[in-house]
Design a protein around this ligand. Sequence first.
Ligand SMILES: [Zn+2]
Length: 177
Amino acid sequence: MLTNQRSCKCPKCNSSSATKVSLIYESGTVISTQTGGFSSSLNGDVIDRVHGKLHTKTQHTTKLAKRVAPPKRKEVGKAYKYGAVGSIISTAFIGRSLDLSRGLLLLMAIPTVAISVYCIKKKREVQAKYEQEVYLPEFRKWNDSFMCNQCGFIYELKMKRNKFINTDTRTMSIDQP
Ligand SMILES: [Zn+2]
């Protein structure tokens, strides 16, 4: 079923038989679309005939695939998001409770927009930094990991960096017979 990617040695049992964890994950995760039909007919006066099709989409992940799932991308810099939203809400609140004139409100809107823009920019920056410094190395490590076919030990195999990283390992569909 699964093939060995390249020769490697398990640090635990010295076996050279191993499978790439991304392959285990892919083969253990399938999204299947099932189509079923239904039909019924009533001889009563309301419904004469009902027929249709049902589609169900299910993602199946085996226990083993769950164990070797790729790292999840996190959302970072939430404080900046709240900062952006908070500044808008507080301006609206102050404007309402003090019953400010339209001119004053417009004047207050300028720093509010500036704060929001700054916060959104900052949030993007920290997210990009996180992906570059945390997520990507984690993903690469996962992508270079192998599971020993003998003892099940997972280890990282250092190899020449591929230019291309397959990021779309989450979806794999099979056709229903
Ligand atoms: Zn082993």
